[in-house]
Design a binder for this molecule. Structure first.
Ligand code: PGA
Length: 257
């Protein structure tokens, strides 16, 4: 059994998603400035879902106001549903285009997301190529994460190994219920492609965001008790620079922001 390191993850209480977005976008702006001074491209690990919407809105606002230059940034998304192409509006690829990439005219050559339509026989090669592309870009500087009600990060469902890499996975019932509520009332996807926990933990900084009481049990489990596969987010305690940005409802009683 793995034991928790005392210092991490650090919890940052925020008033609401907009306040969290300002903090995260400040960090991204600092990162971009530092990378520009170093003559290299910033590499961002991006997530989908309700949680990062305010961050993407804030990124677009700051770029349009001239306070942020994302011109050279490279993006790697966490995950994609198996079987959905980027032209399917329910795919994460299409979601990213609508919410972030199209508004910023983010070049295709600098955005990456697993392809949901790759044949099962070729998925192993796609996943290995995804890992190789992250390494070739110099590794992820800052990874954004949400958390599932079941403690998943990306689609690393309970049972995911600490050493897991980008791979195809079966989705949990609670994940499929949440997907049904969002986009798939009839038949939510059964499988997905996701970065692994080891892939995520190699990012130099990890910023997990959670808002609302429906995330509280997963957050409490992730922040207390032993590190274990029953709550993949608990493994972030091993990361030297992981932060949880939480509103009071996700953090629980006694939270002050
Ligand atoms: P949500 O999903 O942002 O839509 O709550 C987060 C997740 O399942 O990782």
């Amino acid at each position: 059994m793995l034991h928790r390191q005392s210092a991490s993850p650090r919890v940052v209480l925020v008033q609401d998603p907009a306040a969290a977005a300002r903090l995260v976008v400040d960090e991204i702006a600092d990162l971009c400035a530092r990378c520009r001074a170093e003559g290299r491209a910033p590499v961002l690990g991006l997530s989908t879902g309700r949680t990062p919407v305010a961050i993407y809105g804030e990124l677009i606002r700051r770029v349009r106001e001239g306070g942020l230059d994302l011109g050279h940034a490279v993006a790697f998304n966490l995950d994609e549903y198996e079987g959905l192409s980027s032209s399917d509006p329910r795919s994460f690829a299409a979601w990213m285009e609508r919410v972030l990439f199209d508004p910023l005219e983010w070049p295709r050559s600098r955005r990456h997301i697993p392809d949901g339509t790759v044949r099962p026989a070729d998925q192993g090669a796609q996943c290995a190529a995804y890992e190789a592309a992250i390494r070739a870009a110099g590794g992820i500087d800052l990874q954004l994460l949400g958390i599932g009600r079941n403690g998943h990060i990306g689609f690393n469902e309970p049972g995911s190994d600490l050493h897991s890499r980008t791979r195809c996975v079966e989705l949990d019932r609670s994940t499929r219920e949440d997907a049904a509520a969002d986009f798939f009332p009839e038949d939510p996807p059964r499988r997905a492609i996701t970065m692994g926990i080891a892939t995520i933990c190699e990012a130099r900084r990890v910023r997990l965001l959670a808002f609302g009481a429906h995330k509280r049990a997963a957050i409490q489990r992730a922040l207390s008790g032993p590190l274990g596969e029953d709550c993949p987010a608990s493994f972030l305690a091993l990361h030297p620079d992981a932060r949880f940005l939480l509103d009071g409802a996700a953090h629980g009683p006694g939270a002050q922001s």
